[in-house]
Write a new protein. Sequence first.
Length: 115
Amino acid sequence: QVQFAESGGGLVQPGGSLRLSCAASGRTFSSYTMAWFCQAPGQEREIVEHITWSSSTRYYADSVKGRFTISRDNAKNTMYLQMDSLKLEDTAVYYCNARPAMFGWGQGTQVTVSS
């Protein structure tokens, strides 16, 4: 099993930036495609981005292309999400997991974009 701890969220104004981190423990996650998901109030959890184990392939949802960048450091069992040019609609709880999401969910980290 792998456990995840997300961090780095907060309150930011539109146009601002945040960097989220996902620390994995329990087993090395280097062999898995990893992903960031988000869940806005009243919405289902959805994929934001994913990154393959070698970082050779990344997937970005259309809504975040050009604004968010996913990366990972397998030596540190950590994945990141650099969020730039944040918009009001990016407000959500952000989670990490493998893709497909085969492990339990962490508590997530709240991102609130508000003026």
